[in-house]
Design a protein around this ligand. Structure first.
Ligand SMILES: CC(C)(COP(=O)(O)OP(=O)(O)OC[C@H]1O[C@@H](n2cnc3c(N)ncnc32)[C@H](O)[C@@H]1OP(=O)(O)O)[C@@H](O)C(=O)NCCC(=O)NCCS
Length: 156
């Protein structure tokens, strides 16, 4: 739907991954250096690896994703990205809330992730989403080498 100069509400949804999204998501990730770069094959293998990928769409255009996996009663966020053109409008928060609802329904108690020390935007974002810094992992990342913070949040 066209927004007609803002007269009509934006159409927005968070939904499961479709095979037709892969190329758009790969292109989106290529513009987000802080995200983990997945190839088309990585996306196609995600379901076999028991990863869950949720896609944000606005005006029928893919503009974000979150990926996570569940292990017993814990989950890990593997990837998160929002198109830079639509940031600071709550899309990242809605992706995390959507994931949280799925995790809660699946009986997950705790969710964690790693983030680069220098990624202050993501660290502020996750702090706002209720994550706390559990520990530092020295030299966790390569190219460039950098420490990671492990962030944790209980699922309520
Ligand atoms: C992190 C990211 C997903 C946030 O997406 P977003 O849609 O802009 O997030 P929201 O609009 O829901 O932001 C919610 C709150 O998080 C915090 N926040 C988000 N971006 C921030 C930034 N750049 N600087 C400081 N705080 C920020 C703010 O408190 C914000 O609320 P506000 O806008 O009312 O101040 C997005 O910046 C992104 O894709 N970054 C690159 C990829 C990345 O770093 N992924 C994580 C790797 S671990």
């Amino acid at each position: 739907m066209e927004s007609l100069g803002g007269l009509l509400p934006r159409t927005e949804m968070i939904r499961e991954l479709h095979a037709a999204d892969v190329e758009s998501l790969r292109r989106l990730l290529s513009t987000v250096p802080e995200a983990t770069q997945w190839s088309a094959d990585d996306f196609l293998l995600a379901s076999q690896r028991n990863f869950f990928v949720r896609v944000a769409e606005e005006e029928r255009k893919v503009c974000g994703l979150v990926a996570f996996r569940m292990m017993a009663d814990e989950a890990e966020i593997l990837n998160l990205a929002v198109d830079s053109r639509v940031r600071r409008r709550g899309m990242g928060s809605r992706l995390i809330e959507d994931a949280m609802a799925a995790l809660k329904a699946a009986g997950i108690k705790k969710i964690f992730l790693e983030v680069r020390e220098s990624n202050e935007a993501a660290r502020s974002f996750y702090a706002r989403m209720g994550f706390t810094e559990a520990r530092r992992r020295r030299d966790y990342y390569r190219e460039p080498a950098e420490d990671a913070f492990v962030l944790v949040r209980t699922v309520e």
